[in-house]
Design a protein. Structure first.
Length: 321
């Protein structure tokens, strides 16, 4: 392993005149270029030698990088010290030498090597009800913590975004919040939402937040962009008074909490969801049957700039042509 690591860094010295910096582009490009040379970056099957060499590169990346631009802002623990977990999409744990470099439930969305391409994908494929609500909120995004497996693929692909499909629904699991009380609460919420005739519920949805720092407690903070326009395939729910689903407020008010809902079928849906997106660290449950695009929050400023420009261009096109 030490020999492989030395060869890798000798190559970096030859190309860059020194060890790779913590700059995400220079660091990622070195790894990606070598993988391209070996023709294993996107291969569906791997030879033992290719896997061995790739494991050397990834190990070198992990050992020598000063800082990874996709690491969470905070440790994944709650205030009481118990772990927060985002389930891995792999059902079994395999040795790193045999682990494929391709994340099974995440897919590169065309070529998303730049923020501009991510913005183009959003304009073309993101749910229009959600996109309109984001625009009306003055571009306040909805965030989620990315799993380690998906984060790894972002680095391996040197990509600005991933389309994540078939992510396990974990709100009813004891392990998610490390609490049987939390799982019981979401189970009662499931019953309540069913009784209210809502097709969005904990068993078919994920939890998002309007605050990237809160999302980073669960993993790499990413903005999420549900995909598709099919009826009921993209929906949102939040507490009418705002705040978190869990833990529940500690006040002893007897007033029941009201669940707000938006699916784009009513005239006021855009306004109500845009108001929720403006909330201060509000949690918003989202259903995305066709998956969602995840874009690292580190690209927020650039992404907002491009989306605003595209919106202005769209306005000019529709009103003057």
């Amino acid at each position: 392993m030490m020999v492989g690591s030395s060869i890798f860094f000798s190559f970096c010295q030859h190309v860059y005149g020194g060890y790779p910096s913590s700059s995400r582009h220079r660091w990622s490009c070195v790894c990606v270029n070598i993988l391209d040379i070996m023709n294993i970056r996107r291969a569906s099957s791997f030879t033992a030698s290719a896997l061995f060499v790739s494991s050397i590169l990834i190990t070198s990346l992990q050992r020598h990088s000063d800082a990874c631009y996709l690491l969470p802002h905070r440790r994944n623990v709650r205030q009481d010290g118990r772990s927060l977990t985002r389930k891995s999409f792999f059902t079994t744990v395999m040795p790193s030498l045999l682990m494929p470099l391709v994340y099974q439930n995440a897919h590169s969305a065309d070529d998303l090597s730049t923020t501009k391409e991510a913005a183009q994908y959003i304009k073309k494929y993101a749910n229009q009800h959600f996109l309109r609500s984001v625009i009306e909120s003055d571009y306040n995004f909805l965030y989620r913590g990315l799993s380690p497996d998906a984060n790894k693929q972002l680095v391996d692909e040197n990509s600005c975004g991933l389309v994540i499909k078939d992510e396990p629904f974990d709100l009813l699991d004891n392990e998610t919040y490390g609490s049987t009380a939390a799982a019981s609460y979401f189970q009662s919420l499931e019953v309540q939402m069913n009784a209210n005739g809502l097709s969005i519920k904990p068993s078919n949805s994920h939890m998002g937040t309007t605050c990237p720092l809160e999302a980073a407690k669960w993993g790499t903070a990413v903005s999420i962009w549900p995909i598709g326009e099919q009826l009921n395939s993209v929906q949102f729910a939040w507490m009418e008074e705002g705040g978190l689903f869990w833990p529940t407020p500690t006040s002893k008010s007897s007033k029941p909490r009201t669940i707000a809902h938006s699916d784009g079928t009513h005239k006021t849906d855009h306004k109500r969801l845009s108001d929720a997106l403006r909330g201060d660290a509000w949690e918003i449950m989202f259903r995305a049957d066709n998956g969602f695009l995840a874009v690292p929050a580190t690209f927020d400023d650039k992404l907002k700039q491009i989306l605003r420009q595209k919106q202005r261009e769209s306005f000019v096109t529709h009103h003057y042509h």
